[in-house]
Design a protein around this ligand. Structure first.
Ligand code: HEM
Length: 130
């Protein structure tokens, strides 16, 4: 099985529990005051829903789908819009991997590496648009 297949299956196990996205934002916001501040006025229920799709976009791009949607996310996150600093993306990834470890009963260090490999090109597109 390819890394992308492993990651699709892992994401399916994680998404079965809605708390996955709530826990992700708890971890992510705990990683820095500046990040918590960015979400001060955000409707977090809506944001959790949007993230569910955002992670799917990262995975579909790794599978070869057009990167247009990620370029749009790069635009909304860039210095002229949400102003998301490039160094915050590693905190985002760490929070996601931590949440996957807690939620996926089949989690292994190898699966973590598969996730990192699959997420990287998509994160690079969004961060690179800064
Ligand atoms: C909004 C995904 C990284 C902060 C969004 C949206 C999506 C998304 C799908 C809603 C659509 C939009 O407004 O364009 C992602 C993905 C990321 C990522 C896939 C990683 C590759 C980050 C990081 C931060 C961040 C590192 C740092 C704080 C925000 C904020 C909003 C947002 C502040 C708008 C919230 C609001 O409407 O109040 N993100 N994001 N994102 N994201 Fe991200």
């Amino acid at each position: 099985m390819t890394s992308v297949d492993l990651v699709f299956q892992s994401y399916g196990r994680c998404c079965r529990n809605d708390a996955f996205f709530a826990h992700f934002y708890e971890h992510f916001m705990a990683s820095s005051d500046a990040i918590r501040e960015r979400f001060r006025h955000t409707d977090m229920a809506a944001q959790r829903h949007l993230l569910r799709h955002g992670v799917m976009q990262l995975m579909l791009t790794a599978r070869g789908m057009s990167d247009r949607k990620l370029r749009d996310l790069g635009h909304s996150h860039n210095r002229n819009n949400y102003d998301i600093k490039p160094e915050w993306y590693s905190l985002w990834e760490d929070a996601l991997l931590k949440t996957i470890r807690e939620h996926d009963p089949h989690y292994t260090p190898e699966l973590r590496e598969a996730w990192r490999e699959v997420l990287k090109p998509g994160i690079d597109i969004i961060r690179g648009a800064y």
